[in-house]
Design a protein around this ligand. Structure first.
Ligand SMILES: [Zn+2]
Length: 270
């Protein structure tokens, strides 16, 4: 089955991984800006990274027939440095019109600090000013519930935010309902063992019905599996979900969400 991975960090992946993903049915992916395996010391470090996201990775992906899209920001992990964050936010407009840029992300909170919240709000202003979609990172493990509430409140408190153009990622059982009930899109990040497994994700799909719900692999610098979405497809089939519902979660929903971005043009295979 053709599928789209809406959240995968290909800068941490080998070219062999692109080949594997293509063979598993991946036809498009989106790569939010995130931590690159090390803390960058200057705005130029981020400028180089944004070149990689808007030029290098789309070319690498295209060699395997995969369309690569991206999101720009300074991630919550490095946002503790407010002055560096402001320099990066001021530089982002240099890249915002690149053809594969879908919006601002993944912005969010890591340890739920005041500095992270300040930088989050300034990213929101940037997204509003340039009418960009937003992709949200919610904190992992013990900080998740409180951090998710803080993020949803900051978004909801601003009437200029169109919730149907915001994807809140890394949802789990205790956060998914509020994200969907408040009108946002929700993304489940699949990990092989820790956090959300394919089995738990299928439980959430069955419970919510799959409306405004996406699934991704993260494929980041931590232990993660870039082929986690095909694992989810396998698990959905094992549990007897309809092909229509499977396709909705792994293909139709990401298409519908991405289509709200003016840069999203998808070349359907004939
Ligand atoms: Zn990520």
């Amino acid at each position: 089955m053709d599928y789209i991975d809406p959240h995968i960090h290909m800068v941490s992946r080998t070219t062999d991984d692109y080949a594997t993903l293509a063979r598993m049915g991946c036809v498009a992916m989106s790569e939010p800006a995130f931590w690159a395996g090390y803390d960058r010391g200057s705005v130029d470090g981020f400028r180089d990274y944004f070149h990689q996201l808007t030029d290098t990775e789309p070319k690498r992906a295209a060699q395997y027939g995969i369309q690569h899209f991206t999101w720009l920001c300074i991630n919550a992990k490095e946002a503790e440095n407010v002055s560096l964050s402001r320099d990066v936010i001021a530089m982002i407009p240099e890249f915002i019109d690149k053809p594969n840029v879908l919006g601002i992300g993944e912005i969010g909170l890591n340890k739920n600090t005041k500095n992270e919240a300040t930088v989050f709000l300034e990213h929101m202003e940037l997204a509003i000013k340039f009418q960009q979609q937003i992709l949200i990172h919610t904190p992992h493990l013990e900080d998740k519930y409180q951090g998710t509430r803080m993020i949803l409140d900051m978004l909801s408190d601003d009437s200029r935010i169109d919730r149907s153009r915001v994807l809140v990622d890394h949802v789990e059982e205790h956060t998914i309902t509020e994200v969907l009930d408040r009108g946002f899109w929700a993304g489940m990040t699949l990990y092989p063992i820790t956090k959300c497994t394919p089995e738990r994700a299928v439980d959430m799909i069955e419970k919510t019905g799959g409306e405004r719900l996406l699934a991704n692999s993260a494929g980041d610098w931590g232990p993660s599996k870039p082929t986690a979405v095909p694992d989810l497809i396998f698990e959905m089939r094992r549990r007897g979900l309809s092909e229509t519902l499977i396709r909705k979660v792994v293909y139709d929903n990401p298409m519908e969400f991405f289509s709200q971005s003016k840069n999203f043009t998808f070349t359907l295979r004939s």
